[in-house]
Write a new protein. Structure first.
Length: 69
């Protein structure tokens, strides 16, 4: 039996939607892409991968703010 992780499926959908030409998108299409990306973020947040990404981004922001001082 083949199982598909929903987060992986959403990543594939986001990549395919973002590859389309910008001029060809309607407002509804752009809103739908935002909703899909938000759903992906909500699904990744509680996972180890999501926590790792949040930690990495926190270190990056901290490094940039220290460099600016």
């Amino acid at each position: 039996m083949l199982t598909i992780n929903v987060a992986v499926l959403l990543v594939i959908i986001v990549v395919l939607r973002l590859r389309r030409r910008t001029e060809a998108r309607s407002r509804f299409d752009e809103k739908m892409t935002v909703v899909i990306v938000l759903a992906l973020g909500i699904m990744l947040a509680p996972t180890d991968v999501g926590q790792g990404i949040a930690h990495f981004l926190g270190q990056l922001v901290s490094g940039v703010s220290e460099a600016g001082q």
